[in-house]
Design a binder for this molecule. Sequence first.
Ligand SMILES: [Zn+2]
Length: 446
Amino acid sequence: MSLLVVCAAVFGSSQTIKPVPPDDRFKTDILVIVAHPDDETAVTGYLAKAIFDQHKRVAVIFGTRGDGGGDAVGKEQAAALGAKREIEARQALGSFDVSHVWFLGGPDTPGQDVLRSLETWNHGAALAQTVRLIRLTRPEIILTWLPDYVAGENHGDHQAAGVIATEAFDLAADPTAFGEQLAAPRNRTNIGNLTEGLEPWQPKKLYFFTDATDPGFQSGKGPRYSTEERSPAKKELYYQLAAHEMSFHLTQDDTGQMALRAIQSGDFTYFKQPVLLILGKSLVGGKVNGDIFEGVTSSPLAFSPVTGYRPSKAPPLSIELGGPWSYYQRFWTAHDLKLLPGLLPENGVEVSAGERIQIPILINNDTESDSVVRILANIPEGWTNLEGPGVYEVPAHQSIPLYVQARVAPAASKERQSLIIKASADGKDLVPVELHVTPTKGSLPQ
Ligand SMILES: [Zn+2]
């Protein structure tokens, strides 16, 4: 009988192994998240100061390549136009020393409905990529379009950029969100690593800007940056630097060509308007109107979870504006955007004179029994082809969507008009919904 002796030994180097830090070449101070090539020009009057004189590092994400719209230079359209506009955007931002530029690849979606743009952009994939790029670039500040329905261009793509930026701001530090991006690679210097090795990152502040026609409602809601100061580093006025950046977008008549005309004529009137920002949220305090870097230090922040969606206590039977309007009411609260409810003094839209308008309405029945609700609409003088009003069955604890549709009066009017949707049930009137409509001459995306 033999005795088998098993020897055990502990092996291992006594040398300290240092962690591999994130790639610092990509560290960013300001990440701009927008929809189309040329959207960045909404804030370049401020970025000129941040980049050239404050030495802030800036990166930009575009949701689309801007493959819709006309071509003021050649006849290339659609995907070919998008290919051109990507290069124009890279050249424009290159003139501001910004080379970290990404495109999410969503299609340019003409319209004013954020939910349509989120659908065509493939919302989930666009969000995953935005979270990935926040984890890669580790921004302190995110600047993006206002997620709200405004009277003006109100581009659905702009708002989609704002929605995705807000969601990504709230998710990038969450270790359970897109965990494959955070999982450590088995051997980073070898092939076959199918997880990404990023680290969670919590941005500190979120600011919005808007394409609303009337900027009045922004007063007191965030910082205001003059573009009429001179850059000590560049010896030019900030609006001149912004015009130069814009002048690369030559396929676009209302931006690139306009900027070129301004440079050639010396008339920079359009560019002298200040850059207005709206505070979305700050996790580091600071004044609403304070500088965007107020309170920001180089220390990383821990994950700051948001409230998330909570059903609110609505009247048992009610009507409300549906579609983007009802979505935003819930979105702002879920994402702790405390200034956004009530930011606009009223619900308003701009539409082209003579266009058909389609207004989504929700009838909410939060009672224990089925209900019958009568919908009526008061339309302004000159409007025609009214559809939607009628009598609707609304089961208990359900919401029924409908559209009130009409053709707006053919003449443009500077006067805003009122569309009032009324409802009644069991002989009692519910609180009506009012929408202010301004018919304009120009054509707006529908
Ligand atoms: Zn745009």
